[in-house]
Design a protein around this ligand. Structure first.
Ligand SMILES: C[S@@+](CC[C@H](N)C(=O)[O-])C[C@H]1O[C@@H](n2cnc3c(N)ncnc32)[C@H](O)[C@@H]1O
Length: 198
């Protein structure tokens, strides 16, 4: 997980790190050219931008952080990439059945009172006391926006307890399996492929 660029003016946007790259690789490998793809929590737009550039899928990006949304719009415009961006909370702004694939590299670090900072970087990194609060809120609603046969790719870390994420998904009728993983000195990252159980 990146420490990212703190511009010191409250406009911090998470910059791509190893977790972003793992999710992007898993997505580019799997996304079909006719798919409608949503990236939730797009940050700099790195993952959505790669899927838009490397596949013929229709890609939409979203984030709660208005500075991230502005950055992604500006980058897409300057690079001539078609990448609409919506500001909003998780999948809530989107209509039922709208996407074949939803991607999310969530804030997943457990809250650390000694490192806490009340800013957008905290929102990008921290998933509440357990590290799973934003992930669980995402899993509560993501099934609604998936088209029939739709898939989710969710980035998780051993710091967040991957088995508990999979168990929470299963309780909501979602089956999780590992699509891609990579180990680092302090954590193992996995891109989970999650599908509704029919
Ligand atoms: C770990 S960063 C990932 C950024 C980017 N997708 C990447 O992989 O480099 C998490 C992102 O989720 C966004 N985020 C946090 N809570 C959110 C929420 N409730 N709804 C939408 N986005 C959220 C943060 O602003 C941040 O941009």
């Amino acid at each position: 997980m990146s420490d990212s660029t703190d511009r010191g003016d409250g406009t911090t946007v998470y910059q791509p790190a190893e977790d972003s790259r793992l999710l992007a690789e898993a997505a580019v490998e799997r996304v079909g050219d006719d798919e409608r793809v949503l990236e939730v929590g797009t940050g700099s737009g790195y993952v959505a931008g790669r899927v838009a550039a490397e596949t013929d899928a229709t890609v939409v990006a979203s984030d709660l952080n208005p500075h991230a949304c502005r950055t992604v719009r500006e980058t897409a415009r300057s690079e001539g990439v078609a990448l609409p961006v919506a500001r909003g909370n998780l999948t809530h702004p989107f209509r039922a059945g709208a996407f074949d694939r939803v991607l999310f590299n969530p804030p997943y670090l457990p809250y650390d009172p000694d490192a806490a900072r009340d800013d957008w970087m905290e929102r990008a990194l921290t998933g509440g006391e357990t590290g799973r609060e934003v992930i669980e809120a995402f899993l509560d609603d993501v099934g609604r926006v998936l088209a029939p046969e739709g898939h989710v790719l969710l980035l998780v870390s051993t710091l967040t307890d991957i088995e508990r994420v999979a168990a929470y998904a299963a309780d909501r009728g979602l089956a999780a399996s590992t699509a891609r993983e990579e180990s680092f000195p302090f954590e193992r990252l996995a891109a989970l492929s999650i599908t509704p159980e029919h």
